[in-house]
Design a protein around this ligand. Structure first.
Ligand code: SF4
Length: 209
């Protein structure tokens, strides 16, 4: 990356886009809604079970003009999901400003490990033990999504739930490779702790992106 590109990246005029596509939101509160996903490259949180490890190195993903990607996304539908990687590694001011001008609702899926930027309408906070969220994001999160990989994740889930607002929706979602083991445990946990709901990666069952 040359110096000019570094400056454009810092200003949020360009972003490393790994992929962008229309699909149905598969997880959480907005499951089933039409959504255009913008997956930004770059993440240093390091979850060992991460299913998008190819996103980690931002240098592997082409820099795209931010206004152009906003206009492509908004031409499909008006719910835009910013995901990654860790999308908050980047300056999202220009991207979200243009998306708002185009009438979009902007959702983000983040570990919360970086400071927020831009205008966001729905924040899905998915905290990771290897890179805990910044304190400020807990109170503005709309949904908390804990990925359950082992039994300790239920304890972690309750610790994290203690930090979010009363209105924040609480979801437990099994890590995909553990689903046969963990969904029965999630089912029992929710019976005992009904403030939680299960989230399922429905797009994987539907064989859509
Ligand atoms: S935060 Fe997300 S993208 Fe980053 S390593 Fe963890 S699961 Fe992967």
């Amino acid at each position: 990356m040359d110096l000019t590109e570094e400056i454009l990246l810092k200003e949020g005029k360009m972003l490393p886009v790994m992929e962008h596509f229309y699909t149905l939101q598969g997880e959480g509160h907005h499951t089933g809604k039409a959504a255009y996903f913008i997956r930004l490259g770059g993440c240093d949180v390091g979850c060992h079970w991460c299913d998008v490890k190819e996103s980690w190195d931002p240098e592997l993903h082409p820099l795209m003009d931010t206004v152009e990607i906003a206009e492509i996304a908004a031409s499909y539908c008006k719910t835009i999901v910013l995901t990654g990687g860790e999308p908050l590694m980047w300056n999202l001011e220009i991207l979200t400003k243009r998306l708002k001008e185009l009438g979009c609702q902007i959702h983000i899926e983040t570990s919360g490990a970086y400071d927020m930027s831009g205008t966001l309408d729905w924040i899905t906070l998915s905290p990771k033990k290897t890179g805990l969220p910044k304190e400020g994001i807990y109170k503005v999160a709309n949904e908390l999504k804990i990925i359950v990989f082992n039994n300790h994740d239920f304890t972690f889930a309750e610790e994290q739930a203690a930090k979010v607002s009363e209105n924040c929706k609480l979801y437990l979602q099994s890590e995909w490779s553990k689903r046969n083991e963990m969904y029965p445990k999630i089912t029992d946990f929710i019976l005992a702790n009904p403030k939680w709901q299960a989230s399922v990666q429905t797009h994987k069952y539907l064989n859509i992106p």
